[in-house]
Design a protein around this ligand. Structure first.
Ligand SMILES: CC(C)(COP(=O)(O)OP(=O)(O)OC[C@H]1O[C@@H](n2cnc3c(N)ncnc32)[C@H](O)[C@@H]1OP(=O)(O)O)[C@@H](O)C(=O)NCCC(=O)NCCS
Length: 162
């Protein structure tokens, strides 16, 4: 029975909304699980309290399923981080979060959105390309990888209409 309801919750539509400082512990935990270099709760709190930061979350059954955080200065935005909980990846949560987020950024005056992505991160590259981002430059040896290998960062851009 518990398994049945667990599955129902896992598959329910995510609820998208703005992130608040109260989400900092959950964001720090998901960020740490998703990236080599984690953010501390304090770093996340500082970010979320910054008036230039625009951030959204996806709640799945009341739990944090994903987030996206951007810094917006005048009309230029930089996506700082996006992550979806591993168990919920590949179900469209990243796409829904990014779509809502870009709409909100446009509403707040953003004209251009930039981001950096590891050239080996197929899921993220696919997500961004689908959302209309294109590559504008490449930074070689940007991300340290396993076994002394390093990967390039692709710098992607998308223009928005306010
Ligand atoms: C990148 C990430 C946010 C995508 O979130 P998601 O909810 O899994 O993405 P979606 O289900 O909305 O899928 C988005 C696209 O990626 C594709 N995709 C998802 N997982 C994939 C995988 N493992 N390999 C290749 N493509 C994948 C989907 O097919 C979809 O493309 P499509 O629309 O052409 O079919 C998620 O994989 C993640 O959190 N990764 C770890 C953190 C990270 O790398 N963040 C990005 C840093 S720049």
């Amino acid at each position: 029975m518990i398994g049945f309801f667990g599955t129902l919750f896992a598959r329910a539509e995510p609820k998208l909304s703005e992130l608040t400082v109260r989400d900092a512990p959950a964001i720090a935990a998901l960020h740490a699980a998703s990236f080599h270099r984690g953010w501390s709760e304090q770093e996340v709190e500082t970010l979320l309290a910054d008036r230039h930061v625009v951030a959204h979350r996806a709640l799945c059954g009341g739990k944090l399923g994903g987030f996206i955080i951007t810094r917006l200065v005048i009309d230029e935005a930089e996506i700082l981080s996006v992550a979806v909980a591993r168990a919920r990846q590949g179900r469209g949560i990243g796409r829904q979060l990014l779509t809502l987020h870009l709409r909100r950024l446009a509403g707040r005056g953003a004209r251009t959105v930039f981001l950096e992505v590891d050239e080996t991160n197929a899921a993220a590259i696919r997500l961004y390309r689908r959302a209309g981002f294109h590559e504008i430059s490449r930074r070689a040896n940007y991300y340290p990888g396993a076994g002394g290998q390093s990967a390039a960062a692709l710098v992607l851009r998308r223009d928005l209409q306010s």
